[in-house]
Design a binder for this molecule. Sequence first.
Ligand SMILES: [Zn+2]
Length: 302
Amino acid sequence: MERNDYLIRATAASGALRAFALQTTELTNEAQWRHGLFPVASAALGRTMAVALVMGSMLKGPEHLTVQIQSEGPLQGLVVSTDSVGNVRGYVRNPRVQLPLNNKGKLAVGDGLHPGTLHVIRDMGLKGPYQGSVALQTGEVGDDFAYYFAVSEQTPSVVSIGTLVNPDGSVRKSGGYVIQLLPEAEPALVDRLEERIPHVPPVTTLLDSGKSPEAILHLVLGDLDLKIQETRPVQYHCPCSLERFRDGLVTLGREELETLVREEEQLELVCHFCQEKYYVSRDDVQELLDELTNRSAGDIEG
Ligand SMILES: [Zn+2]
């Protein structure tokens, strides 16, 4: 498959602004076909994956980040996981929801997710996980992350993210931009941004007209000493494997494994994140059970 998805990181206004722009059309399309997402679900997951990738680009080394939206809306929430090198994966709990367009004629992501809670869990290795949570403001995702950045990370941000879906359900465009004000930003700069942003065309219009991430940032921040620092590919990637699933089975415990050996010829395990299927035979489960027995015998001797 062609790989056109990427993210750029930039600074502007002598470092008082941090800016990100990205296109995620292909990875959102991959999520769409892997999960059979209906349009509202594609938009909800596409927007969330885009912001998660922006947050992931600020992580280091082995750190990773999980975004969880718990929702009482018909989509029932979603989960997105990303790392520091541009890999992302995710799923929607109820991906086959049909909702009428909202009063702006757009996919009704807010109606699909609101009310609910946005959780961000950052796993920073030795330092232990950090978690921040805010109530969903509108459920439109961009608004909710802007609120999260302001409240949970004290970073005022513009979050403008969109996902467009074709009539056949495939993803036409996905991406957008995030601008963050750093503590050294002068109040005058805040005024300038607030005055300018409403004049920038909606992000879906920019994406649909084929504007690249660079072109989008130039449009929004071009006269503010914009400096592009980094360009990196981003992609849908799930690190699941048969081995990981086998290891996961051990955590079920002896009793559950014994029941499986008795009752199941073969187990079919499906990865939530990518829908890949794995098969574990009765012999394999028996082997796990034997390993477990040997291990606990060892414990007693030791
Ligand atoms: Zn997987």
